[in-house]
Design a protein around this ligand. Structure first.
Ligand SMILES: [Cu+2]
Length: 488
């Protein structure tokens, strides 16, 4: 189908929707609008004759067109992004993590890194005490280009010794930071300077080489772009850094000796406070995913798309060995690069598939743990006198194992205000915070006009409006169910 035919199809869908009143009142304060979002009935599909939107049977703009596995364009394998290679690499973007500034000294990029105790807000108002760098956990991202020379000045503001390790780099051994094997500790208040050439490209990281400091959060991205931009060029280069902590309900300090882990963060935030990755329909997207959990692996799953595993922490994999997947197991201290064509508009959950990683302390006790009108705090304070189980609530308790469904979440109105204050979530379904928990985030694939509305405009966007508009254009509006109105 040509672009023109596609546009006609969407126009038709749009007029049906408008006739049934489906799209009325999508935007706050604009109840009369027939086509409320940017007053445009047509989706913004690139129409340029120079833009090839069909590749050997694969469409940049439609899902599920894999076709011949021997084709270069099988499931979008070598479909390029819109960005030209001559524009250089797409800048790396790890939501919620700052980038580390640097100064040039001759030909050397000079960074200043400060190991320190950090208060990190895992959830709105939920501030945890961890270790990080430069006031951030994870530490700020170092982003360089293959061939650079870097000098990293490390000043230890912790009250204890630390070591700095540059994970994966081929560097002179005295700078490797392996505790006492290659160097003496950096004492509290002292500075050590590391200087080396960057030979490789890929997804690297820096971290303390003291095990308990690692478990306490001390890690940061160290991204090296290749000297020559890889083909096919990507439009987006996102990073998701996964960590686990054990923090009892009444504490703010992680127990780095724990064997189980109840708080799960992506770039230092827990779902639903993780910030969605937002891209435009048709773009080529890379996601670098680093698992820096102390001891748990993460099978990471993306909905609605097939991605290619194109690299790990070492370097890019030759194209012939790329693997198409929708779930990739990322082991401890491993990084994986996923590349995909964002050909399926919508809000797609991107999450670890281990059930205990898909929640935090937002889940009230279920099953036999339901206590009679008592708080978690109360029975943790006195383990010998736990309140009675209250199994009398309904006949459903006769069903073995009932209940297992989440019974509620600790979400105050301030909490919800903070969740919805970020531009990246504008127009998502009203109840989205109930489904994005723990090691979860969202990949939002938006047509150009909706991308601009969400990311670049000051326009008031009602909850659910962008999602409903995507269903109107690309889905089945007659079957659409709006989210129930709740405090969300
Ligand atoms: Cu996991």
């Amino acid at each position: 189908m040509s672009n023109t035919e596609q546009r006609r199809g969407f126009l038709k869908a749009g007029s049906i929707a408008a006739a049934t009143g489906f799209v009325s009142n999508l935007l706050g304060g604009n109840a009369a609008a027939q086509h409320p979002i940017l007053n445009s009935p047509s989706p913004t599909l690139p129409d340029s004759p120079t833009l090839n939107s069909e590749y050997d049977g694969f469409s940049r703009f439609k899902p599920s067109r894999g076709l011949d596995p021997d084709s270069d364009y099988y499931i979008g394998k070598l479909v390029p992004g819109f960005r030209k290679a001559s524009d250089g690499p797409a800048p790396f973007e790890a939501p919620d993590v700052p980038k580390m500034p640097y100064k040039m000294d001759g030909g050397v990029k000079v960074f200043e890194l400060v190991p320190m105790a950090v208060e990190q807000e895992f959830h709105p108002g939920v501030k945890m005490n961890v270790y990080g760098y430069n006031g951030s956990m994870p530490g700020p991202t170092i982003e360089v280009t293959q061939g650079d020379r870097v000098r990293i000045i490390v000043t230890n503001e912790l009250p204890e010794d630390t070591f700095m390790h540059w994970h994966g780099f081929e560097l002179p051994v005295q700078y490797d930071g392996a505790a006492t094997l290659t160097q003496n500790p950096i004492k509290p208040g002292k500075t050590k300077v590391f200087e080396f050439d960057i030979h490789e490209e890929g997804t690297f990281f820096y971290h303390s080489h003291v095990a308990m400091q690692e478990a306490f959060g001390q890690v940061g991205w160290f991204i090296v772009h290749p000297k020559k931009v890889f083909g096919p060029p990507v439009d987006r280069d996102f990073g998701l850094l996964f960590q686990n902590f054990h923090i009892p309900p009444t504490h703010t300090i992680s127990d780095s000796w724990a064997m189980d882990w109840n708080w799960h963060t992506i770039n230092g935030k827990s779902g639903p406070y993780t910030t969605p990755l937002v891209c435009k329909h048709g773009e080529r997207v890379r996601v670098r995913l680093l698992n820096f959990s102390p001891m748990q692996h993460h099978p990471v799953h993306l909905h609605g798309h097939t991605f290619w595993v194109t690299g790990h922490e070492g370097a890019r994999i030759p194209k012939s060995a790329w693997v198409p997947r929708n779930n990739e197991l990322v082991g401890v201290a491993q990084a994986s690069c996923f590349e995909l064509i964002a050909n399926n508009p919508g809000d797609w959950i991107f999450h670890c598939h281990m059930v205990h990683h898909m929640m935090n302390h937002m889940v009230k006790q279920v099953g036999p743990r339901i206590r009679d009108d008592a708080s978690v705090d109360q029975y943790l304070a006195n383990l010998s006198s736990r309140p009675q189980v209250d199994a009398s609530r309904s006949a459903k308790f006769d069903v073995p194992g009932y209940p297992q469904k989440m019974q509620g979440m600790e979400m105050s109105s301030d909490f919800m205000k903070a969740i919805w204050s970020r531009k990246e979530v504008r127009g998502m379904r009203a109840n989205y915070p109930m489904s994005v928990k723990g090691l979860m985030t969202v990949l939002r694939v938006l047509p150009d006009d909706l991308y601009d509305l969400v990311m670049n405009s000051d326009q008031d966007v009602e909850k659910g409006a962008v999602f409903a508009e995507i269903v109107r254009r690309f889905g089945d509006p007659s079957k659409y169910e709006a989210a129930p109105k709740m405090m969300m």
